[in-house]
Design a protein around this ligand. Structure first.
Ligand SMILES: [Zn+2]
Length: 207
């Protein structure tokens, strides 16, 4: 286990190159990811770093997630997804297989799946306007837990211990500027929840 200059445990991905994950779940995730991309909730910053990712729980265990460095791709296919086969939140380590590596924020997704066994899909988006507007108005994780850290996965688990939060399916990542997450039993549930928040914000801007 190695730590960076801020003392955080560095993310480690144990990746096995393999063919793309198959099945209707991946296609549903890709479809939603493209909708979120068109809304600007998933994409790529001017410096080339991608943001936002979508995942879905596999019935056989583990989950599939959009790969790292796919933020600039306008339309995702199965070849842009990785299968997370195991992880250790405390060690900030995961094992994945597929044509691409899993996102470095995969363990934040794992935090949601662990906290609620009914969750089938988790979407993570970046949007500064939404983040500022809904910080503290929607359930919000503690500001001390930063993006991609074990602390963030634990902060998510703490937040989701509240059944009201689990029922709402959307929260702000307090220590991850621009970050929000939506989740639900299916990709449609997670997607509709984040779109609803986005539309509410748009309407308030116009008023
Ligand atoms: Zn993020």
């Amino acid at each position: 286990m190695t730590r960076d200059e801020k003392g955080y445990i560095q993310f480690h991905c144990d990746w096995t190159a393999a063919g793309p994950p198959e099945g209707p779940l991946v296609l549903a995730l890709a479809n939603w990811r493209d909708r979120l991309y068109r809304l600007g909730l998933i994409g790529v910053y001017p410096d080339g770093v991608g943001f936002g990712n979508v995942s879905g729980r596999r019935s056989g265990g583990g989950f599939v997630i959009s790969g790292t460095a796919t933020g600039g791709v306008s339309s995702l296919g199965p070849e842009h997804f990785a299968e997370v086969t195991g992880y250790d939140i405390a060690a900030n380590t995961l094992a994945c297989r597929g044509p691409v590596r899993a996102s470095s924020e995969s363990l934040s997704h794992a935090g949601v799946y662990e906290a609620d066994p009914t969750v089938g899909a988790v979407f993570h988006v970046h949007h500064l306007g939404l983040w500022k507007h809904f910080y503290g108005r929607l359930p919000t994780t503690v500001p001390t837990a930063e993006a991609g850290t074990p602390e963030m996965a634990w902060a998510i688990a703490n937040l989701l211990a509240d059944p009201v939060v689990r029922a709402g399916g959307v929260f702000v990542m307090g220590g991850h500027r621009e970050g929000l997450m939506a989740f639900g039993p299916t990709p449609d549930d997670a997607g509709q929840r984040i779109v609803k928040v986005f539309e509410a914000w748009t309407v308030e801007l116009l008023e």
